[in-house]
Design a binder for this molecule. Sequence first.
Ligand code: ZN
Length: 197
Amino acid sequence: MIGDHKLSATTRADLIRPLIEQLLQIVEPEPGRSGIAETPTRVGKAWVEWTEGYSVDPVALLKSFEDGATDYNEMVMQRKIPFVSHCEHHMAPFTGHVTVAYIPGDKIVGLSKMNRIVDAFAHRLQVQERITTQIADLLWNNLAPKGVGVLVQASHGCISSRGVRHHGTDTITSAYRGAMFEDAKARSEFLELAKLP
Ligand code: ZN
């Protein structure tokens, strides 16, 4: 039942509320105090938002491509797309940026679609490695480009707030398809552009 994204956002938030009430009974010495009276409702709505990417079909985001690539054979890069996701191991937030680039075949896609794609994959329970490959595979499989590069840099709440409790460290993952995988020149152009200030 829970996890069924055919249920309305309101219904899902309502289903989450009693679970958070139970959690507060366990972790909070004074679960009845007024400051947290509305917390179960807020957390319910927050989790609906944090998982709304399951309701988005990323392939559909790429449908409305523009046929403008006839004279453009160079890399198109969208840099530093910010995201907030939650790790599937601890349900702790991890936040960072995605830089994504492709070398068009016959199709180009609206630039803001890159940001929407990142949102769609980030607003799920995730691991950083999977977000990285999902973005690369989506573009590679649906745009028929000559190459794709994805670079993700993120800080993980489950590393900074628990376990080793080290903050200030970050994780970098990358995925390359086509020219960015096979051609060292295309890959180093990707990396050079990605690190420009
Ligand atoms: Zn984690």
